[in-house]
Design a protein around this ligand. Sequence first.
Ligand code: SF4
Ligand code: SF4
Length: 169
Amino acid sequence: MPSEKDNDDVVRVDFAFRRELAEKVEGNLASFCYQCGACVGDCPATTYSSEFNPREIMLKVLYGLGDELIGGDSILWQCVNCYNCHERCPQEVKPVEVIISLKNMMADRGIYPPAVKKIIHTFETTGRTVPLSDAINRKREKLGLPPLEPVPMDEIEKLFEPLEEEGEE
Ligand code: SF4
Ligand code: SF4
């Protein structure tokens, strides 16, 4: 009889993946998930996608199944960062912040969809995620709002400078 060790179907926790994620999410929040599913009920991404389920994402995080979460066709980009799951979770797991950290891990590896690449380029060149246009300012004028001014790019460029080591002279 094959031992459990020899069985390829056994799910093995990828601790390296969990450690990498834990460094990004303050407090290693995913560890407190007890799979109640409360985060699913008010999730708009779940409403519109049969594939997306924050409870299942947290389960994969608990198992350390990084390969199923991080990849070119990752479902994580379907999350719209609405924070409904955060408000519903009785364990204060903050699934949305776990998902954002997973997206950051993908970005660190240069894996993101073309639409996100376009937003990054717009931010790097204009300091905004949506480019400023006359149409936007006309709408603002109708609403009695002041026009938006261009973003000072020297301040944005500072964001891309490597952070100095903490405590470095
Ligand atoms: S933040 Fe993402 S996972 Fe959470 S409820 Fe909204 S869409 Fe769903
Ligand atoms: S609501 Fe919180 S504890 Fe419940 S499944 Fe979702 S993340 Fe886990």
